[in-house]
Design a protein around this ligand. Structure first.
Ligand SMILES: *Cc1c(COP(=O)(O)O)cnc(C)c1O
Length: 417
């Protein structure tokens, strides 16, 4: 057993130990990790970081009573983001610790509404969603005893609205569309899903966790982005993560509801506790105020103009990655991406062996498993790494092609998040 430290270490020893730990990590600062981390620009990073540490000790659980500054910043962020996402004055929302919590809250509210309005029994209820929807929905469904009905997507990677429609029954509490989905980076037909939701009177959640704070600006600079946001009729709730393409420090996500009542159903209110009435708008109790201050600072530092400039750079870099990938013999994109998530493969070679070779070269290879391919979620951390990445990909692919032609087989990576 490891003994609990009996004596404290000096701060310089601590720093030294932390450096040694970090040395073992993948080289994410130089673009060798294709997910988990995001970068807009260096100035926005420093502004967000500063704001985070100014509010290092405050607790967002106390935003209503002790830290009204945090409440003010939260409300400001929510209102301005509702505007960005084409919502209206009736809409409400919360800041959360991440996409998973935002999705939990939307699911919780959808189930509560179904129970209230349609007398859904406890233990009943299902969610109809494309197979590409994030595992956070499965986590929520498992935790709330809901059945998940994952429906295969179309050839183009987008939700099959017709099949989803057929999977709906009187116990369906929610339908889901992603903008975009993580595996293929494509935006589901949200307008069609909204029309279906209205016609069947079913809650539609749009999971814009990864795209919500990038897509509006990519549209602004001239790319065709299908309608996906709070302006689409039939959308009951929407999740969007500020700590992804909003380039804000973690943890920071948002979840929006089409009206105040729906928002209230996501919240928590208990009045039997000896310590008094306990109200939280979200799942967690204590939460870092730094995430809220960091998000407020980053949004206001960049403004729409700053986000547009970053979107321009990201899409230019994305286009260069696409051109580079397609220039490697046999490679093609698995779907035609709407934003900066790319899934691609050479169907003639074993991509699991290519991934293993990329790992050996110091890249964290993210993969898709249906079909087997590689996956990149690009931000400006990945700009400087592009040439090296493409040349290592080309060389690794050649090695695997050669190996396979000789009837050999090397180590294989498996697809995991
Ligand atoms: C990242 C992501 C989530 C979950 O968000 P976390 O912040 O990791 O909890 C949900 N949906 C999509 C599409 C995502 O990309």
């Amino acid at each position: 057993m490891m003994p609990f430290p009996s004596q404290g270490m000096r701060q310089d020893e601590i720093e030294h130990a932390l450096d040694a730990f970090a040395d073992k990590d993948k080289d994410w600062k130089n673009g060798r990790v294709p997910m988990y981390v995001f970068r807009g620009n260096a100035d926005a990073y420093h502004v967000g970081r500063n704001a985070f540490f100014r509010y290092f000790s405050e607790n967002a659980l106390g935003a209503n009573r002790a830290f009204t500054s945090i409440k003010t910043m939260q409300e400001d962020i929510i209102h301005k983001c509702i505007h960005l996402l084409n919502g209206n004055a009736a809409m409400h929302g919360s800041m959360t610790s991440g996409g998973t919590e935002s999705i939990f809250l939307a699911t919780r509210a959808a189930r509560a509404e179904k129970r209230l309005k349609h007398a859904l029994a406890k233990g009943a209820g299902n969610i109809v969603l494309p197979e590409t929807a994030h595992p956070a929905f499965a986590k929520a469904a498992q935790s709330m005893d809901l059945e998940e009905r994952r429906i295969p997507v179309l050839e183009n990677g987008r939700a099959d609205v017709m099949s989803m429609s057929m999977a709906i029954d009187e116990e369906t509490i929610m339908m889901v569309g992603s903008a975009p989905c993580f595996p293929y980076g494509v935006i589901d037909p949200i307008e069609e899903l909204g029309a279906l939701a209205l016609s069947k009177n079913i809650w539609l959640h749009v999971d814009a966790c990864v795209g919500g704070y990038l897509a509006p600006f990519v549209r602004d600079i001239g790319y065709a982005i299908p309608k996906f946001d709070l302006g689409v009729p039939g959308v009951a709730s929407l999740s969007a993560d500020l700590h992804k393409y909003g380039f804000c420090p973690k943890p920071a996500s948002t979840v929006f509801f089409s009206d105040e009542q729906r928002h209230a159903m996501a919240g928590f209110d208990l009045d039997v506790w000896p310590s008094g009435r306990f109200i939280t708008p979200t799942l967690v109790g204590t939460r870092p105020a730094g995430g809220i201050a960091g998000a407020w600072a980053t949004l206001h530092f960049l403004g729409a103009q700053g986000y547009r400039k970053i979107a321009e750079k990201i899409m230019t870099m994305r286009n260069e990655y696409i051109a580079g990938i397609q220039a490697i013999p046999g490679y093609r994109l698995i779907a035609d991406p709407d934003l900066a998530i790319l899934a691609f493969h050479n169907p003639d070679i074993d991509m699991a062996q290519v991934a293993a070779l990329m790992l050996e070269s110091g890249w964290l290879p993210n993969m898709t498993q249906k079909p087997m391919g590689l996956h990149l979620m690009l931000s400006l951390l990945h700009d400087a790494a592009r040439t090296q990445y493409l040349s290592d990909l080309s060389r690794s692919s050649e090695t695997v092609r050669h190996r396979m032609a000789m009837g050999g087989r090397g180590p294989r990576e498996s697809a995991k998040y």
